[in-house]
Design a protein around this ligand. Structure first.
Ligand SMILES: C[S@@+](CC[C@H](N)C(=O)[O-])C[C@H]1O[C@@H](n2cnc3c(N)ncnc32)[C@H](O)[C@@H]1O
Length: 491
């Protein structure tokens, strides 16, 4: 197996000893003083080494690791120089009965310490790996979730849940390095499952520096308590292990607030957006539907075919990256065969016969689209079309980028812009109205209140659900109109 594949499959990012020391120092500062320390996926054992140095009073330090060569390396290189006995064994996390093990082997103050694998079940699926929890309906991912991809979960998420169940009704500290999104998701579950936790925080780590990786990861610290009434409703996300600056996250029934202090100041502007935010068009046939106009008036599709079709169903198109980076339009067009979802497309044949010919020539591509949303729908159906698609003015933002930048776009070539489905937008008939709304969205109040709801480490941090909560009509009407530079300039 290639080393990189192995690294991916086992989410293998070995912690440098210096970072393991820093984590232990932080725990010491907070008065964590365990009798027993368990490292559930200990790798080469950096946390085991740091723990035996920093917690000299611990009676037992136990490490588990799937990869026998890591265990062998630890036994050969680290064990002989350790002053204290540390037990390290080859063991698959998913075959351990954690509740029984922790109860028997760790009868005292317990610290679960370490760094869990950084890999998702779908990455494992692509590798054909079976490094997965035993088949169980983890987080009840069924039906729609499986359809939308929500059934994708991190292996560490499943490990955290297993450990949390094993820690029910006992006091223990947990300090594990995990992806930040996993930590947040897990704390949401802690709240929804009413697990008894008195304190929790996240402290971000510089993964580029420590792991040479571009992953948003953190130390997840949780104090489990043996008091069923203790319920977690808030936690702080610190910028680093020194815990000097941080934001308070508050978990509520109707959503999670990313920055409570800012939210409290500006939440008067929350309610229901006067206009529903829409996603760009989903068609799953980019090679055919997205066309580049050539200087001779013909179009080039993604298959390299030069085609001649009518303008009737063509709209100027911007991709999410172009919207996010305010790139000039590159004469890309999208074929939009429907005016509204579910519209019968048969009439295209008489209105635009060349377009119909083009579509029918490639009908197999449309029929073979995998997503179930296209089943039992008219031929060449797309999603994300309605009257809003065809209004001339729009304010757009790309959901995938880590910046809150709204752009105002007017029509070009007499037609409104359309987008791929990573873009969210609201549409207007009149430029002046669009400019007024852009001013509200870009105002201090708009960007602050929206930022207070955004978790930037998410893959798609900006979502329609949060955009739909900003009621711009509540923002001071006297806001000056948007300046010209907000309007897209085209070369
Ligand atoms: C992110 S690395 C961290 C290693 C170690 N905890 C550290 O801090 O250096 C994750 C480790 O989990 C191990 N691992 C992956 N799947 C495992 C499983 N099912 N059971 C036990 N260990 C596993 C990998 O081999 C790897 O050593």
């Amino acid at each position: 197996m290639k080393e990189t594949t192995h690294r991916i499959e086992f989410g293998d990012f070995q912690t440098p000893l210096s970072l393991a020391h820093d984590v232990c120092d932080l725990l010491l500062k907070e008065g964590v003083n365990p009798d027993f320390i368990v490292e559930p996926t200990c790798g080469l054992g950096a946390f085991l080494i740091a723990a035996q140095e920093k917690f000299p009073c611990a009676q037992g330090i136990y490490g588990f690791e799937l990869n026998p060569s890591y265990v062998a390396a630890f036994r050969e290189q680290a064990l002989p120089i350790l002053t204290k006995s540390v037990n390290c064994m080859t063991q698959n996390f998913f075959t351990v009965n954690w509740a029984a093990y922790l109860e028997c082997q760790t009868p005292g103050k317990l610290l679960i310490l370490g760094n869990l694998p950084w890999v998702t079940n779908s990455e494992l699926g692509q590798l054909g790996s079976d490094n997965l929890p035993r088949k169980h309906n983890f987080q009840a991912h069924v039906g729609l979730a499986a359809l939308t991809g929500a059934a994708n979960f991190d292996i560490s998420e499943s490990m955290l849940m297993t450990l949390a169940q094993a820690l029910k009704n006992r006091s223990a500290h947990l300090a594990l390095l995990v992806k930040t999104a996993v930590a947040r998701k897990f704390l949401k579950t802690v709240r929804s499952q009413q697990l008894a936790v008195s304190t929790a925080y996240l402290a971000k780590i510089d993964t580029k520096l420590h792991f040479n990786a571009n992953v948003d990861a953190c130390l997840l610290y949780i104090q489990f308590v043996n008091q069923p009434t203790a319920q977690l409703t808030a936690y702080v996300v610190y910028e680093s292990l020194d815990k000097t600056t941080g934001k308070t996250v508050v978990m509520q029934d109707d959503g999670v607030i990313a920055d409570w202090n800012v939210y409290q100041k500006f939440s008067y502007a929350l309610g229901t957006s006067p206009q529903k935010w829409r996603s760009g068009i989903k068609h799953d046939a980019a090679l055919l539907m997205e066309l580049k106009r050539q200087s001779d008036g013909t179009f080039l599709n993604g298959l390299g075919e030069q085609i001649e079709i009518e303008q009737t169903y063509l709209y100027p198109m911007l991709k999410g990256s172009e919207v996010a980076n305010a790139k000039p339009w590159t004469n890309r067009w999208m074929l939009v065969p429907q005016q509204f979802c579910g519209e019968n497309t048969a009439h295209i044949e008489s209105i635009a016969p060349k377009t119909w010919q083009y579509l029918t020539r490639h009908s197999m591509v449309f029929e073979n689209r995998k997503s179930r949303i296209y089943r039992n729908k008219p031929q060449f159906s797309v999603f994300g079309v309605g009257d809003y698609t065809f209004k001339p003015w729009r304010i757009a933002i790309c959901g995938m980028y880590k910046k809150l930048a709204f752009h105002l776009l007017g029509p070009t070539n007499g037609k409104p812009f359309v987008f791929d489905d990573t873009v969210y937008y609201i549409a207007f008939d009149k430029q002046a109205e669009a400019q007024r709304v852009l001013a509200c969205l870009s105002s201090d109040v708009g960007s602050s209140v929206l930022s207070s709801l955004i978790f930037w480490e998410d893959k798609r941090p900006i979502k329609t659900a949060l955009l739909n909560r900003f009621d711009w009509s509540l923002v001071d009407k006297s806001l000056s109109a948007a300046t010209e530079q907000h309007v897209f300039e085209f070369a």
